[in-house]
Design a protein around this ligand. Structure first.
Ligand SMILES: *[C@@H]1O[C@H](CO)[C@@H](O)[C@H](O)[C@H]1NC(C)=O
Length: 644
């Protein structure tokens, strides 16, 4: 049964996924469908209350989410108290707090105006709720795993789609804050067969409204609205809800489509193709020039060698050689493989960068293949943590291998620091930011038990795997450089302005950032505005583009550096490529100014803290790409010339 319903569309979608479908969402259903008989109870769960764009200025006014049953909200609880649902690690980390609710929905049974409970709001709670409504908080409910949303019409295409969550309240015409206490729940169902005894939930829309009941709730339209703080405190609010069932042609397997609406896919494609073309033309031009120049260099160097050997007197040839060899990258052959300063730190960063690189790539590929179903809440976060943990083996191996190749001697420090330094910084920052959330009584604060689980995974799985990787890396023979390194380091002549560390970083870092700039905008809006992100096709293209650009511009920088007889390419290439992380941070700050309007200090610290954390990880990731591209390049060019 399951297969018959699910497989065809999923299969077709997977076949199309590589084609133009790349843009639209593709997912495997993930969980088995639940069929209900008419009259069966369909559970409604409540999730944390999250801020979304404020209706007035469409900016984000807060980034702190709250528990649905936070005492100040006074929302109705089920008998015997709410029970938390079990959730995946990624779901918890990304802020889901799913609980049971007192709402009773019965499949295909319309019920109008069911009273729920009444609550009395003392002044303090009322101020709290009022503030939250002004900041644009929305309620997030789940019916059969599907978020209850609001129906929105796309102005460009005219298509209707569902945006998850609905507002807790809004402003009325005269600017008063109105609180919604009546919920009209519209559930769409799909009949599996003719008899209509197997019904599935395929869409949920909630229309909240405000009704100030004088007596028992009757849900008529002629009630005035509940204006918070209007007639003094304490204020009493009676909650009620209605449920309506509507038949829908949408099949269960495609029920998420309406939620995963991509905003203006045309514009998105346009931007992406635009950037891609510019970037590819740029890279191709530059690379072809570089390759031609290199070929000429290599020919010249090797011819000079030949002349040198043939001519026994050697005077004329040597003169010629003396003139010609006075410049160019061949001069630094005795220094180019000299170990960099601080090889320990560099190798630790490179190990972690390699780990991040493989993790990001495999996560995107997983998502692209449709494994991260949106109905498995938090699967993206879970798979990322899982992959990061397992891939610490790669991190340890790369770090050890690089360190050994740089003739590092503190191998114990290398083994210990690789799984501890970067994850330690991330964890410490995360913990610090969590304290802020905790102080704000936010549901986003990661529970203590989850913290323990993370520490457990880190110490029990990640660190031993990293040690194993390091062990293998140290046992492997070091990468032998193609040319010998001289005893005495060469003097480095002063370089032109644009090759100085800061200018070169600013120039090189800008291009990889340019490649992902558009996608970054969508990622940030889904991160901060709690929108569902499902454009992994775009993301994949951007990632590939970013890698290509990052590698090419760093190679170019390395070439210019070597031509300028500066052989400190290791740190320089890492830092220059990593600078795109710096640009990401700047971009986050720009986003803060234009799209976000946070009131308090806590919100500011949280926003900047998370942005800095993401930028730091991206710095390590792109720096690693840049370093290894340059490393490959340097190996290649010095292998192809003869040195006596
Ligand atoms: C429930 O109400 C909707 C909308 O009024 C209507 O289309 C539907 O037929 C009703 N269902 C039942 C079982 O009465």
């Amino acid at each position: 049964m399951f297969f018959k319903d699910v497989a065809p569309s999923a299969l077709v979608a997977s076949l199309l996924a590589v084609g133009p479908q790349v843009a639209s969402a593709f997912y495997l259903p993930g969980v088995a469908p639940t069929s209900y008989k008419p009259g069966d109870q369909v559970p409604l769960y409540v999730n944390s209350i999250k801020p979304v764009a404020s209706p007035q200025d469409s900016r984000l006014h807060s980034i702190v989410s709250y528990d649905y049953y936070h005492p100040a909200f006074h929302f109705c609880q089920p008998e015997g108290g709410p029970e938390p649902m079990s959730e995946s690690l990624g779901s918890i980390l990304f802020g889901d707090r799913i609980m049971s609710s007192p709402f009773e929905l019965h499949m295909n049974k319309n019920e109008t105006c069911k009273p729920l409970c009444s609550a009395t709001y003392p002044e303090k709670s009322m101020e709290f709720v009022k503030k939250r409504i002004e900041q644009g908080y929305s309620l997030n409910w789940l019916v059969d795993g599907l978020p209850a949303g609001q129906q929105i019409e796309d102005q460009m295409t005219g298509a209707t789609f569902y945006s998850p969550g609905f507002l807790m309240g809004q402003d009325d015409e005269s600017g008063n804050v109105v609180f919604n206490n009546h919920y009209e729940i519209w559930v769409e169902y799909h009949a599996v067969n003719r008899n209509a005894d197997q019904l599935r939930v395929v869409g949920v829309v909630v229309q909240p409204s405000s009704k100030k009941y004088s007596g028992e709730p009757d849900c008529r339209d002629n009630h005035p609205q509940i204006v918070l703080g209007e007639d003094g405190t304490p204020q009493e609010v009676k909650f009620s809800y209605s449920v309506y069932w509507r038949k829908s042609p949408t099949a269960w397997a495609t029920r998420w489509d309406k939620y995963l609406h991509v905003f203006d896919p045309k514009i998105h494609w346009f931007w992406l193709i635009d950037t891609a073309i510019i970037v590819i033309i740029l890279v191709l031009t530059v690379m072809s020039i570089l390759v031609r120049t290199l070929k000429r260099d290599i020919n010249r160097y090797n011819r000079l060698d030949q002349i040198n050997l043939d001519d026994l007197n050697g005077t004329s040839a040597l003169e010629e050689e003396g003139v010609q060899e006075d410049s160019g990258w061949k001069l630094v052959h005795g220094d180019v493989f000299r170990a960099p300063t601080r090889p320990l730190l560099l190798s630790v960063l490179l190990g972690n960068g390699a780990q991040l690189f493989v993790m990001t790539g495999s996560t995107i590929v997983f998502a692209l293949l449709g494994f991260l179903s949106p109905s498995n809440r938090g699967s993206l976060g879970t798979i990322m943590i899982l992959l990061y943990t397992v891939l610490s083996f790669v991190g340890g191996y790369v770090s050890a291998r690089v360190y050994k190749s740089h003739q590092g001697e503190q191998w114990k420090a290398n083994i210990v620091l690789t799984p501890l330094l970067v994850p330690g910084i991330v964890f410490a920052a995360f913990f610090f930011l969590d304290l802020f959330l905790w102080a704000k009584q936010s549901s986003g604060a990661v529970p203590f038990t989850t913290m323990l689980v993370i520490i457990g995974i880190w110490f029990v799985i990640s660190i031993p795997l990293s040690f194993a990787g390091s062990w293998l890396g140290f046992r492997a023979s070091p990468v032998e450089p193609p040319v010998r390194t001289n005893q005495i380091p060469r003097q480095i002549p002063p370089v032109t302005t644009y090759l100085k560390p800061i200018p070169s970083m600013l120039i090189v870092g800008l291009l990889p950032f340019g490649a992902i700039f558009v996608e970054l905008y969508f990622i940030m809006s889904s991160l901060w505005f709690s929108r569902i992100y499902y454009m992994f096709g775009f993301l994949f293209l951007c990632y590939v583009l970013m890698i290509i650009v990052c590698a090419s511009v760093t190679i170019l920088l390395t070439y210019f550096l070597l031509c300028a007889e500066n052989y400190h390419w290791q740190w320089r290439s890492f830092m220059a490529a990593g600078m795109s992380g710096g640009y990401i941070f700047l971009n986050c700050l720009l986003y803060l100014v234009t799209k976000v309007k946070l009131g308090g200090l806590a919100g500011m610290v949280l926003y900047i803290g998370y942005s800095a954390l993401i930028s730091l990880l991206f710095f390590i990731l792109s720096g690693t790409i840049g370093y290894f591209a340059s490393w490959w390049f340097v190996q290649r060019i010095y292998k192809s010339i003869k040195i006596d």
